[in-house]
Ligand binder design. Structure first.
Ligand SMILES: Cc1cc2nc3c(=O)[nH]c(=O)nc-3n(C[C@H](O)[C@H](O)[C@H](O)COP(=O)(O)OP(=O)(O)OC[C@H]3O[C@@H](n4cnc5c(N)ncnc54)[C@H](O)[C@@H]3O)c2cc1C
Ligand code: SF4
Length: 508
């Protein structure tokens, strides 16, 4: 049996389908559930709002094209900072493969102490390291998780590593979902070499081989139900970037899996009249607020050469900080530099000398998504502990770069010129308003959180809605707390676990 991919935009008229399981969203969570269930013999339909691009197609896109076609809203999605919180640029994917297509490939298992916390505080006692191990192992095998060799570290990362050693700590190697990676450093725009095994490359072929049918450009509005059971979904077919409605979409299914990501799954549930009883729907959003630090060295680094993300440090985990290597396209670095005309050109010539590193906060949360005038609107009120951590992350990373020999460091603070070691010492970072911090996030989690009671969570430990039988959620939105590490393996492993539970349960 072989499945099919249909671009919704090519269809005329309405679309009506019947299946065992309809999966809404084809990202890290949804695609995994779809493949696992299709391989177990279920008739699976996958619906994705974005378009389908093959790795050859997205690999040929310029970064600006990739942002237009693969990233949601051209990467201009925000969580509005409340009170003394920064404005946070929350990026995500909108295409077959979801945000998975855009990752740097970083793979971490859920830390053991996080799973212990979920068991103790949230009663999720089934999600132990031992019980999750088969799920982690299955995911890591499917997406080929491997350690990045030191030889693939970029000179940008080596500069930060040099500073770290001067400061008394060593960077650790990252693990990534890659095979035959050549270190071209373009991962965030879709791998042009088929080396990054995002879910469209690793799981979609499995789902199709087992007969799954994927429909892209299909926006799901809500879940339908009858007598307390989910019966399918309705929505619309769309065409092109205008997202113009071209027809109605109706899918009748015996089970529904919502996996539209932390920003959008709560909206689908809310429009379906499900999930509000707990008072938790759309709340508890954690983001891993992140900061990008750039530093100028005398030596030429060509920091774009090497694996985009190859090393990290958990030296400051006790302070709720994880530092992860990264790089950004040279054109984007140049665009962050001050000056106009010849002055800017002089600065931009320095791009080959720039190193970049990132730091993120293992946050307490404080985010909410809600529907405002038919659009998803997110806010984030930073916890006081995390607010106090912001200047700490910035100072630690800047000092590390200076210890490594940087001449100037560009702090992620709007309107601030490059700092030197002397000017950093006298800079009162604690009193800079949060709104001036340039903050971003790629890891929204928790808006339909999993829990052990209906009063405190949106889905039960099997991923099923407490309120509507046969409706499951399997994406980042169910992850109940911030992780302190990049989340894709956690999301894929929790999705695997949910799929296995669904597979083993007969239909009513
Ligand atoms: C730039 C970037 C880099 C990242 N790097 C890493 C990394 O290195 N390591 C790591 O662990 N994590 C990384 N992440 C995070 C990781 O990609 C996400 O946590 C993960 O993909 C989230 O999975 P998900 O299933 O919750 O949502 P997504 O993967 O975002 O998938 C949700 C899908 O649902 C679709 N959808 C939404 N609404 C609807 C609707 N109404 N109808 C139909 N479809 C809908 C969306 O278009 C999307 O394709 C990165 C993310 C980004 C954006
Ligand atoms: S660095 Fe490796 S995984 Fe990233 S885009 Fe290049 S080949 Fe692909």
């Amino acid at each position: 049996m072989s499945g099919s991919i249909t671009q919704g935009g090519t269809l005329d008229g309405d679309l009506e389908l019947d299946c065992d399981v309809v999966v809404v969203g084809s990202g890290a969570g949804g695609m995994v559930v779809a493949a696992e269930l299709a391989e177990a013999g279920h008739d699976v339909v996958i619906l994705e709002e974005g378009r389908h691009y093959t790795p050859e197609e997205y690999g040929a896109m310029r970064p600006s094209e990739s942002m237009r076609h693969l990233w949601r809203d051209g990467a201009l999605t925000f969580a509005v900072g409340m009170d003394d919180s920064p404005m946070i640029n929350v990026t995500m994917g909108r295409a077959v493969g979801g945000s998975s297509v855009l990752t740097g490939g970083v793979c971490f298992r859920t830390p053991g102490y996080i799973l212990d916390d979920w068991a103790k505080r949230l009663g999720l006692s089934d999600l132990t390291e031992a019980s999750m191990d088969p799920c982690f192992t299955a995911v890591e095998k499917s997406v080929h998780v491997e350690e990045v060799p030191v030889s693939m570290r970029s000179k940008s990362t080596l500069m930060f590593a040099r500073g770290a050693e001067q400061q008394g700590f060593k960077l650790k190697p990252l693990r990534r979902n890659t095979k035959n990676c050549n270190g071209c450093g373009r991962c965030n725009f879709g791998c042009p070499h088929g080396a990054k095994l995002s879910v469209d490359a690793a799981y979609l072929p499995r789902a199709l081989a087992a007969g799954a049918r994927l429909y892209s450009e299909c926006f799901v509005d809500r879940v339908t139900s009858d007598g307390g059971r989910a019966t399918g979904v309705v929505g619309r077919l769309t065409r092109g970037s205008s997202r113009r409605k071209t027809g109605r979409l109706t899918v009748r299914a015996r089970r529904v899996v919502v996996a539209a990501g932390s920003y959008f799954s709560p909206g689908i549930l809310a429009r379906s009249g499900v999930g509000k009883q707990s008072g938790q729907l759309g709340r508890n959003m954690t983001l891993h607020p992140g900061f990008r630090m750039m530093a100028r060295f005398d030596e030429r680094l060509d920091g774009w050469k090497g694996a985009l993300q190859s090393a990290y440090s958990d030296e400051y985990e006790k302070d709720h900080i994880t530092m992860v290597g990264l790089f950004i396209p040279p054109g984007v670095i140049a665009a962050t530099m001050k000056g106009v005309g010849p002055k800017h050109l002089a600065k931009a010539r320095g791009v080959p000398h720039v190193a970049v590193f990132g730091g993120m906060i293992h946050d307490e949360g404080g985010g909410t998504v809600r529907n405002v005038l038919g659009r998803t609107f997110a806010t984030y009120k930073m916890h006081p502990r995390d607010r106090a951590t912001m200047p700490k992350v910035v100072r630690i990373m800047a000092e590390t770069f200076f210890a490594g020999g940087a001449k100037e460091v560009y702090l992620p603070i709007l309107g601030l010129d490059a700092v030197t070691p002397d000017s950093l010492r006298t800079l009162d970072l604690d009193h800079i308003p949060a709104k001036r911090y340039e903050c971003s996030s790629q890891h929204p989690l928790g808006t339909c959180r999993m829990g052990s009671t209906a009063a405190h969570s949106v889905v039960d430990p099997s991923g099923e809605s407490w309120e509507l039988s046969g409706l499951f959620v399997a994406d980042g939105s169910i992850v109940p707390t911030s992780l302190g590490v990049n989340p894709q393996v956690t999301i894929m492993s929790m999705a695997t676990r949910i799929a296995w539970k669904m597979r083993d349960r007969p239909y009513d």
